[in-house]
Ligand binder design. Structure first.
Ligand SMILES: Nc1nc2c(ncn2[C@@H]2O[C@H](COP(=O)(O)OP(=O)(O)OP(=O)(O)O)[C@@H](O)[C@H]2O)c(=O)[nH]1
Ligand SMILES: [Mg+2]
Length: 623
């Protein structure tokens, strides 16, 4: 007999307005790691988990946030369809204690739909801080349903909900009736009036102007004169900390992993294993994996927590608000700024995030332009190019600041190219008017630093690293094979380089660079080691940490400022990595649009490289 069959089973749906803490509640109950953050619309599809409590196995579904059940948006449609087609045993209606009145509208709609609703008033800690007091006893008597006051983010903050669940689970049919005038309420005007009435009795405010501090911060972060400079300074700070903090751990990690490689090789030789057996594994799979770990792990372990702090504080929707005017001019949606922020971590995540955009046309534009925002995988190669050519191979605080400045500038440039591409698409293939943009600006929240570090390490850093590794490891094997399988006296890799060289030179690159770009389709992180390997005629990837040596190798192979600039441009604008292509295909369900997502950035990149080359050709002397 299945273990679970001993338990009474109950299905539960978590429903509520966006950004009220449904996923935080879900994570706290189930121990899973759904994406949470301080902006509305993060959860875009159903997430399921279980919790066992006092003899009952609860199967919980976290639904996307919705304001009503009238299915205006895709998320509302998903939530409503789920409730209608798979009615759960219990519905937990989650409300934000700081704006209960709005949440109650949905609660009343849910009560009309289901007899088994529990009200969970979440964010009680925040409400207390703002001087908002919720009288749960009055809510219980007025609504006639169990009410639990929770602080899902805090330890033990979901205990009242478990008690409410326990009560509801014991009574097989919790009969819930709407208060008078109640049953059969359909008019939204009636619902609004009713929730106003309930709140006037159940909510006390110490200070009616409780959100004055938020408004002051908004004037600063979204002001016409201050919004963009603050955004740039924040980006600069983020990159500076990442760059200056990551270089030492990266070098240490690289030393450790390469010394381990030496030992592994030694051990394999001592055991008398044939070279054909251990070389592909150690010099192919292990070497590429250790490169990916040492190059990616330290910057990500710094960047993601900092980014999550920004996300949890509520700053991301303000970026979307600031950029909305630019997006409107390009006939697209301001929410695209949020999906671009997601793409910074990983383009595939950004593509999935495009579901928060309601209009199919604008969603497609966001998907097609998502890889124009450089993801974490592109940063190692870009950092190397900046360190070599802009910072002249120097290290130290000043060089870190210059590098951070270049990175922040690059990000603005990339935002510009994404806007330009969106504009082109909205004037050609995807014509149409911009839809109205309703994104709620959430209150500023003080993030929990410890939780942020832990969550961003587990949910983001290790997830992205794990995915890069699963793709890079087999790629290491393939690259090793290409470099070692020979026809005549020449390896397959050398033949490919020679074949591509004439074409690459038209665009200011060379055969090696273009080959490295093609072979790093699985993961952009391996671009620079691949180039070094091909230039040095090596049969396996090279992990050279010293910028002076890399500079020397590049210079020996004819690199100039023009080559560096063209490589950087093509790095920023070329086909999405394999994982992103697959995600685009999954999201659009169309080979045509997946191909368009490949061709658009590649076309833009080649054009930019060509222009750059022609510009350099016009110079009176080569640099
Ligand atoms: N202070 C405080 N913050 C909370 C609490 N519960 C959630 N949060 C924060 O509120 C924000 C939103 O939480 P989520 O769980 O992502 O909200 P959601 O309802 O799932 O949001 P959508 O999926 O976008 O609809 C996050 O920054 C959480 O850390 C709480 O009880 N107290
Ligand atoms: Mg959620």
């Amino acid at each position: 007999m299945n273990q679970n069959e001993k338990w009474t089973k109950k299905t539960i749906a978590l429903v509520g307005n966006p950004n009220v803490g449904k996923s935080t509640l879900f994570n706290s109950l189930t121990g899973l790691h759904q994406h949470t953050g301080n902006w509305p619309g993060k959860t875009v599809e159903l997430a399921r988990g279980t919790v066992r409590h006092k003899g009952v196995l609860y199967q919980i579904t976290d639904l996307p946030g919705c304001y009503s059940l009238s299915s205006c948006s895709q998320e509302e449609e998903i939530a409503r369809d789920f409730l209608l087609t798979q009615p759960p045993d219990l519905v937990i209606a989650v409300c934000d204690a700081c704006c209960l009145e709005r949440g109650l509208l949905l609660v009343l709609q849910l009560m009309a739909l289901s007899d088994h609703v529990i009200l969970c008033v979440n964010l009680m800690d925040e409400a207390e801080k703002r001087g908002i007091h919720i009288r749960t006893d009055i809510l219980t008597s007025l609504l006639g349903i169990p009410v639990a006051a929770c602080s899902a983010r805090n330890r033990g903050g979901t205990a009242p909900l478990l008690i409410a669940l326990e009560k509801a689970a014991k009574s097989a049919d919790t009969k819930i009736t709407l208060p008078e005038p109640g049953n059969g309420l359909v008019s939204s005007a009636d619902l609004v009036r009713l929730s106003e009435e309930i709140c006037s009795q159940a909510v006390d405010f110490d200070n009616a102007a409780y959100d004055r501090k938020d408004r002051k911060l908004d004037a600063l972060f979204t002001g016409r004169l201050t919004g963009f400079p603050i955004l740039f300074l924040l980006l600069l700070f983020l990159f500076w900390i990442t760059v200056s903090g990551a270089s030492l751990p990266s070098a240490l990690l690289s030393d450790c992993l390469s010394s381990l490689e030496g030992r592994l090789l030694g051990a394999a030789q001592n055991l008398g294993l044939p070279a054909a057996l251990y070389e592909p594994v150690i010099c192919g799979v292990y070497r590429i994996s250790s490169w990916v770990v040492s190059v990616m792990l330290p910057p990500m372990a710094i960047f993601f927590p900092l980014f999550t702090l920004l996300e949890d504080s509520g700053y991301l929707p303000r970026i979307a608000f600031n950029l909305d005017r630019c997006f409107q001019k390009c006939c697209t949606c301001g929410k695209q700024a949020l999906t671009m922020c997601m793409s910074l971590g990983c383009s595939a995540v950004g593509v999935t995030g495009c579901r928060i955009i309601d209009s199919p046309r604008e969603k497609l534009i966001a998907v097609l332009t998502s890889c124009l925002i450089p993801c974490n995988g592109k940063f190692p190669a870009f950092l190397t190019l900046i360190t070599l050519f802009a910072a002249g191979g120097r290290r130290g605080p000043a060089a870190s600041l210059l590098t951070a400045f270049c990175l922040a500038g690059t990000l603005l440039f990339c935002t510009g190219t994404a806007l330009f591409a969106s504009f082109l698409l909205s004037r050609t293939l995807l014509r149409g008017m911009p839809s109205s943009f309703t994104l709620e600006l959430p209150p500023y929240r003080r993030p929990k630093i410890g939780q942020v570090i832990l969550r961003s390490m587990l949910d983001r850093t290790l997830f992205v690293l794990g995915r890069a590794l699963t793709i890079a490891a087999p790629a290491g094997l393939l690259i090793w094979a290409l470099a070692n399988v020979r026809t005549g006296d020449v390896s397959l890799l050398a033949r490919l380089v020679a074949l591509l060289d004439p074409l690459a030179r038209i665009f200011g690159l060379d055969g090696t660079i273009l080959t490295a770009f093609i072979l790093s389709l699985p993961a952009n992180e391996i671009l620079i080691p691949l180039m070094l390997m091909i230039y040095m005629g090596n049969s396996s990837l090279l992990d050279i940490a010293d910028p002076q040596i890399i500079f020397y190798v590049f210079a020996e192979n004819g690199w100039t400022w023009q080559t560096a600039l063209c490589t950087a441009l093509f790095l920023l604008m070329h086909w999405p990595c394999a994982a992103t292509c697959l995600t685009i295909h999954k999201e659009t369900g169309s080979l045509k649009w997946t191909l368009a997502a490949v061709l658009l950035p590649t076309g833009m990149g080649l054009l930019a490289c060509l222009l750059c080359r022609l510009l350099f050709d016009c110079l009176p002397y080569p640099i």
